[in-house]
Design a protein around this ligand. Sequence first.
Ligand code: ADE
Length: 241
Amino acid sequence: MKIKILTLFPNMFTEFKGESIIKRAIDKGVCSIEIIDIRQYSHLKHKNVDDTPCGGGAGMVLKVDIVTKAIRENANSNSYIAMMTPQGRQYNQEIAIDLSKKEELILLCGHYEGFDERIRAFVDDEISIGDYVLTGGELASMVVADSVIRLLGDAIRKESYEDDSFSTGLLEYPQYTRPIDFEGMKVPEVLLNGNHKEINYFRKKESLRKTLKRRPDLLNKYSFSEEEIKILNEVKKEENF
Ligand code: ADE
């Protein structure tokens, strides 16, 4: 997959590209990340990219002519263009999985007061990473790129994301590693006995327990097996739900 990030702050991505799973994915050729400076598409004397809002008001607005030039010069018929904005649809794992199937992803980052409204006509999608306002779309684009890249090819082993929170529709079960006893807090016995049937049962039960307690809304969308309904009922009894 090709990921292109259109930004006014290309330096923000240096560390992002150079670390961990992202770096490994790039080195292995699973994906490429190209950081494109929107400012280079400015025809103005001081390479300005923004202007004052029509009708007045505070702040500056990103110019439609410059941003669309940046889009047009970098997009092709396979590009899926997503604008990072708090006005977008709320990002989640389902969208990450969807985006991971695209051939080329262009993530457009804004800054200042926002985008000229007409820029919206040139993108396929608008994504918000949550109900809060960042100083720009850069961090949001890293969130999207990170969550997409970890799903690609062998960026990580498949088993390690199949059980992810949200991939299954439930929150992930609790994980432990050595030491077995830390200041009196012990790893559950069942995880130490090598009985995979019991381990799977424990994990499913704890995954259901966590989801019930923290994100009961997810259970409304989940399609339960008969076995899972039984386990959930057990959990509800234990938790006095
Ligand atoms: N730009 C500013 N805030 C944002 C948010 N919450 N999500 C995506 N892009 C943004």
